[in-house]
Design a protein around this ligand. Structure first.
Ligand SMILES: [Zn+2]
Ligand SMILES: [Zn+2]
Length: 781
């Protein structure tokens, strides 16, 4: 026998008997601050079991002041016959408690009170650790975020558990990966937190894999293994209908299954091996491969032909071979990009193929069946379709942030409720989860917690779980903080915009939401007393400050006040930098919080501010709303849509910057389109060096001024300008500006066309101005 805890003070037997008798319906572990129970774990037990025992002793000591001894016993005969004992893992099994359920992830657990024993068994040592933490949660403890800010341990002198306690839990997922984008990869506190809540368990991988299955080195000798693209073989993708490709790729997979496991897992433990296409499109165009696509069946975000059948037929051909030797191992394929739609030519996937839906082309705000979102009914239909063709296996790769924005507070509680509400109705036995996450806790804290919880068990009561979260994490400030987050959650769920990046955010962050959020935070600050709760509230307040500054910046841009926007942006930059320096959990991820704003809005502001700071004068602010027409057949130029005399009165009206293409039902439009507007210039602008400036567009503008072709510019939200336009301009009468745009390839954000303000400005007279050669607007000339 070996006492792991040096603080052990064993209570006398009589005291134990007395205390059990006194409580009758409970097994008492600590009585009035005195340790009653001992914690037993098998000598030489795996780390997870030993850590579980130590963690239980640590937490109960914080709760009660009493340190329970942790004892390593060689076998059950060393367990005290009459004392109150907590027995973990293999020793508890020796004492007769067995698991009554099983899971493929092998980390379910069961705990039960049996007389004066509290026994805990699990499918694996990892399950023992999860089980102990779950038991501590039933005593009121909570881990709501990584690190000290998230650890909530109630204080009580007596700790007991019901004597009829018998709880079994198994996970319905085989993978729970929490993937942090950017440099703030998972640190120690995050790792500990995930291990405690969901086992931090990766059973394999679903990543892009064809390049690994058939290495590029084979291209010289066997170009026919690879994709035919625009008439040439290229190593970008594979020719997946070739029997040789199938055999080479299957052999690679079998080799990996024999020798290489997933990170932290042995090959024998790894369940899923990646077998999906390389990222970036360009699938094989040979007649055999192309014949697997269904004409007219398209991926709406790109307008390209859906190519799921060929991807999943290839996976089936591979699985047919690999499953002979490895019937327990699956091939992981992402449902993604142009292979998001349910395959039309396959009734059933191979049973060893595990699809994982990665809805990057769908909506991050709206859950399934949300009437405000055109994507949400499509995604619901797809989830049902994939569940039908899959053999009880379905994974989800969910974006825990708004893709190209993690600057503003965001909440996905309703999203997750709607998603798992639907998923739980499906005939799916095994789920798998990957959450692509940005380490911006000030912006995402509640749903980051929720995603971790539901990834272990999708059937949890989400309302109850979130109630527990708000009460636990925000303590005495729970009431206003719950209101704060649920208002934000509702604002996203009800938003009419789905645009990725920051472009739709001013529709969500209305004056009303800003004001009510500020009022909630002020109320919470008044209520917060403990340092931990003050910090939790301060973290949320820092996120709200980002929203306040963002809305100010966006308004300034809409008013062409680029100097004010630049000043507010500098303030925001410093604010986010300070947030990102917090230890785990990081309050904001500098690159993805401020950096994305800089990339998607900042170039416009910087260029506009530079023009004004250098002495440029705005002489014409073009309106937000222009005349607009689609040009599906690209006939506009031929039809003279650029001519001043062309009658555009039957065209629709479209906002250029205040609303995105997605907001105006153009997210799935893939052809050319034209914008037209007219403007007056003051007579005193005559004779000055005038420039036509576009703050940003996606991804081109082909510009005609009063019928003169000024030329084309390309780039994604990069300010660009046309100089030497003076000869085309008229003063004191209307000028006609016509712009042809074509939709870019970026299908994830719902953007397109003119996205930022357009203006005519007078460059400063020569000698006053350092020239604009160095400005980003000039690079595409
Ligand atoms: Zn092919
Ligand atoms: Zn949406």
């Amino acid at each position: 026998m070996n006492v792991r805890s040096s603080l052990a003070v064993l209570p006398v037997l009589a005291f134990v008997l007395l205390s059990v008798e006194r409580h009758g319906h409970a097994l008492t572990l600590v009585e009035d601050g005195e340790p009653i129970a001992r914690i037993y774990v098998a000598a030489g037990a795996p780390d997870d079991e030993c850590d579980a025992a130590d963690e239980m002793a640590r937490v109960l000591a914080i709760m009660s002041g009493a340190r329970l001894p942790v004892i390593e016993a060689a076998d059950r005969s060393e367990i005290h016959k009459t004392a109150v004992c907590v027995v973990l893992g293999a020793l508890a099994e020796e004492m007769g408690l067995t698991m009554n359920r099983s899971s493929r992830a092998s980390d379910g657990y069961r705990y039960q009170v049996n007389g004066n024993r509290l026994l805990l068994v699990a499918e694996s040592p990892r399950g023992v650790y999860l089980g102990v933490n779950n038991l501590l949660e039933t005593l009121g403890c909570g881990w709501y975020a990584p690190g000290a800010i998230g650890e909530v341990i109630p204080r009580r002198a007596t700790i007991s558990v019901p004597d009829d306690l018998d709880c079994t839990r198994v996970s319905n997922s085989i993978n729970r990966r929490y993937w942090y984008g950017g440099k703030n990869s998972k640190g120690e506190a995050n790792t500990a937190w995930l291990r405690r809540l969901n086992g931090d368990y990766m059973s394999g991988s679903w990543s892009h894999a064809w390049a690994r299955l058939v290495p590029k080195e084979l291209f010289q000798e066997h170009p026919e293994y690879f994709s035919l693209y625009n008439g040439e073989r290229t190593a970008r993708q594979l020719c997946t209908t070739s029997r040789d490709t199938i055999h080479v790729a299957a052999a690679s997979l079998i080799d990996r299954m024999r020798t290489k496991g997933a990170a932290r897992l042995e090959p024998s433990e790894t369940l899923v091996y990646p077998a999906g296409p390389n990222d970036g499109g360009g699938l094989c165009q040979c007649s055999e491969c192309a014949a697997l696509d269904t004409p007219g069946y398209v991926e709406p975000s790109s307008g390209k032909r859906a190519c799921s059948t060929r991807v999943f037929q290839f996976a089936a051909d591979l699985a047919q071979i690999t499953s002979r030797e490895f019937p327990e191992k699956d091939l992981g394929i992402l449902v993604y990009s142009d292979y998001s739609r349910v395959p039309q030519k396959m009734k059933k996937l191979h049973p060893n193929v595990f699809p994982m839906i990665a809805p990057i082309r769908r909506c991050r705000f709206h859950g399934l069946g949300n009437p405000n979102c055109r994507w949400s009914s499509l995604l619901r239909e797809e989830i049902h379709g994939w569940a039908n063709v899959s053999c009880g296996k379905l994974g989800f790769y969910i974006y825990n942030y708004n893709l190209a924005d993690s600057l503003l507070p965001f909440s996905k509680i309703t999203y997750y409720k709607e998603l798992v509400g639907e998923v739980n109705k499906l005939d799916v036995e095994q789920l798998a989860w990957v959450f692509e996450t940005i380490d911006s806790w000030a912006m995402h804290a509640p749903h980051m917690y929720l995603s971790v919880r539901l990834s272990w068990d999708s059937t949890i009561d989400i309302d109850a779980e979130m109630d527990r979260y708000f009460r636990g994490f925000y303590g005495e400030a729970a009431e206003p903080m719950k209101t704060y987050w649920l208002n934000i959650d509702r604002a996203y769920a009800q938003a009419s915009t789905c645009t990725g990046a920051c472009y739709g955010q001013h529709h969500i962050w209305t004056d009303q939401l800003l004001a009510s959020s500020r009022a909630d935070i002020e109320k919470a600050k008044q209520l917060a007393r403990s340092d931990r709760v003050k910090q939790a509230v301060a973290m949320a307040e820092a996120g709200l400050r980002c929203a306040e500054l963002f809305v100010q910046i966006w308004r300034n841009v809409g008013e062409f006040d680029f100097l004010a926007a630049a000043e507010a942006k500098d303030t925001l930059k410093d604010h986010v930098a300070a947030m990102s320096e917090k230890p785990e959990p990081h309050w904001a991820h500098e690159r993805y919080a401020f950096g994305y704003l800089q990339r998607f809005l900042g170039l416009t502001i910087d260029d506009g501010a530079k023009i004004l700071a250098d002495g440029g004068k705005i002489v014409g602010k073009l309106p937000d709303v222009w005349r607009f027409s689609r040009d599906e057949r690209a006939m506009g130029t031929e039809l003279g849509w650029f001519r001043p005399g062309f009658d555009d009165s039957h065209w629709s009206k479209l906002a250029t910057y205040w609303q995105s293409w997605d907001d105006q039902e153009l997210a799935t439009y893939h052809g050319d389109a034209w914008y037209r507007t007219s403007f007056l210039l003051p007579a005193d602008a005559k004779g000055r060096d005038l420039r036509l400036w576009f703050g940003g567009f996606d991804h081109n503008v082909d510009v005609y001024l009063n019928g003169h072709h000024l030329g084309e510019r390309r780039g994604f939200v990069k300010p660009q300008e046309f100089s030497e336009i003076t000869n085309c301009l008229k003063f004191g009468e209307h000028n006609l500006l016509a712009v042809r745009v074509s939709a870019g390839d970026l299908a994830e954000l719902g953007t397109g066309g003119i996205m930022m303000p357009v203006m005519i400005y007078a460059a400063p007279a020569l000698g006053m101005h350092d020239g604009s050669a160095g400005r980003p607007g000039q690079v595409a000339d």
